[in-house]
Design a protein around this ligand. Structure first.
Ligand code: MG
Ligand code: MG
Length: 237
């Protein structure tokens, strides 16, 4: 394989990011953005998905699609994930006090976080912030759950026992393993935004089929990435 300057650039970028990620973890220079989840039955705000953003002084805004895989590779996703959970719980508690309304907060989890210590850690957090477990949802992708399935399953069952909700994220883009929907303690399916935004040939058919399956299996559905009135109307119908 011939060397090309691109290879050096990519490696240099990765090393720089890795270094800055370590500094950012120490300095707490991450931020959470909260994407609203709306109940289509009454058009009321039901909750939020917490999304991490990172602005580095030197590197500028770094996309999560770039730094999350890197943090997963280095294991930094574990402390980072802990920070996300804590910050999201803190925010939820502060909104609860301010608006006297019970929102649901959903937090994305990485496969590496599914360890036996996760459930006790979350239990401590929800006690600390006085959060009803049903108000906290954890999102996991299909591929994350399929890796070392038995180990992950135990961890998910511990989380469900705490009373948390589990969401299957990005549904339709991975293996779409239908057996998982019944095997795992999932309450909600999150339909990937590429279907809502009509990026696939059979997007509408897939949306309708997913809804039908979820209805039969008694699962809730959240459609991701609704950005236009026509998308909203379609989903409503
Ligand atoms: Mg998600
Ligand atoms: Mg998603």
């Amino acid at each position: 394989h011939h060397f090309s300057p691109d290879m050096a650039d990519a490696l240099y970028r990765k090393m720089t990011l890795r270094h800055h990620l370590t500094l950012a973890l120490e300095a707490n220079s991450f931020e959470l953005y909260y994407q609203p989840i709306v109940d289509l039955n009454n058009h009321k705000l039901k909750g939020f998905e917490a999304l991490i953003r990172w602005h580095d002084e030197e590197l500028g805004q770094v996309s999560p699609t770039e730094f999350i895989p890197l943090a997963e590779e280095t294991g930094q996703i574990v402390p980072l994930g802990k920070w996300i959970l804590k910050t999201a719980c803190q925010q939820l508690a502060s909104w609860h006090n301010k608006y006297d309304h019970t929102f649901i907060m959903s937090v994305n989890l990485s496969r590496a976080q599914l360890q036996t210590s996760l459930a006790p850690m979350i239990e401590t957090l929800i006690r600390q912030y006085n959060i009803n477990p049903a108000q906290l949802a954890l999102e996991l992708t299909e591929s994350a759950m399929l890796q070392e399935y038995d180990e992950a399953k135990q961890c998910l069952e511990d989380l469900a026992t705490l009373g948390l909700e589990l969401y299957l994220d990005d549904f339709g883009t991975g293996y779409s393993s239908l057996s998982q929907l019944q095997d795992l303690p999932i309450s909600t399916v999150k339909l990937d935004q590429s279907f809502v935004q009509g990026e696939h040939k059979g997007s509408q058919a897939i949306i309708e089929a997913t809804r039908a399956i979820c209805e039969k299996l008694d699962l809730k559905v959240v459609a991701e990435g609704v950005e236009t009135i026509s998308q909203l109307k379609y989903l409503q119908n």
